[in-house]
Design a protein around this ligand. Structure first.
Ligand code: HPA
Length: 242
């Protein structure tokens, strides 16, 4: 048991997929995993463990934003011994070369948050993806023939902002897209000596103002989930709870 996850020891697999939306966690569990058990409903932040092609995998809602994700990531690692955390989320593109439905692999996550400024006493930290997860994901995406870009993203504390041009300084420095969680996911994974990776699908473009239809959202979500599960499978997580 931990404060925000009401599960017994051993309920969580070594590999955990982390969508922001708990209903997405339920959707993944019900549509992609076998032998599923729900291990968490505290605060409605649903968590499930099942198997994917015989390999134990958990899927846990993280909520939106870094403070929420940090709670679940910390408890999954420290109380439930998760070893590989794979975020599956959406992002807003800030580069013309990155189109709706494309997949982004976050090599690194910059941030406008103060969370790491507190942790590192005002100094900067380069929050980067876990190498094994990253190189496996590149291999999986290439072998599936799915279009993707890998690079730096921005994890922002704000979705709505009074300054409509704030993102442009990140654009001119090559940052691909904006979301709200990965910088803390990568920081905490490093802090506790585990691996993390973020897959994102582009749901909107700050450059063109385009937004994905809900049908397109569903099919690009499918490509990302299957890719993340294939990574989990290839890295062959041990039995739940080990
Ligand atoms: N900003 C932040 N998070 C997001 C966005 C965005 O434009 N799109 C999807 N997640």
């Amino acid at each position: 048991m931990s404060i925000h996850i009401g599960a017994p020891d051993g309920a969580v697999a070594e590999t955990v997929l982390l969508p922001g939306d708990p209903l997405r966690a339920q959707f993944v569990a019900e549509n992609y995993l076998e032998d599923v058990t729900q291990y968490n409903a505290v605060r409605g932040m649903l968590g499930f463990t099942g198997t994917y092609q015989g390999v134990p995998v958990s899927v846990q809602g993280s909520g939106m934003g870094m403070p929420s994700l940090a709670i679940y990531a910390t408890e999954l690692i420290t109380a439930y011994h998760a070893k590989r955390l794979i975020r599956i989320g959406s992002c807003g593109s800030i580069q013309e070369s990155l189109h709706l439905r494309d997949i982004v692999l976050a090599m690194a996550a910059s941030t406008d948050s103060a969370m790491n400024r507190m942790r590192f006493h005002g100094m900067d930290y380069a929050a980067t993806a876990g190498w094994n997860l990253f190189r496996t994901a590149v291999d999986v995406l290439e072998s599936k023939g799915l279009p993707f870009l890998a690079g730096n993203i921005l994890s922002s504390d704000t979705f709505y902002n009074d300054d409509p041009d704030l993102w442009k300084v990140w654009q001119t420095h090559g940052v691909l897209a904006i979301e709200m969680e990965t910088n803390q996911l990568y920081t905490l994974a490093a802090r506790y000596g585990v691996e993390a990776l973020t897959f994102l699908t582009v749901s909107d473009s700050l450059v063109t103002g385009e937004e994905m239809s809900s049908a397109a959202r569903q099919s690009s979500f499918h490509d990302m989930v299957e890719s993340a599960l294939t990574v989990a499978h290839r890295l062959g997580a041990g039995p739940a709870g080990k």
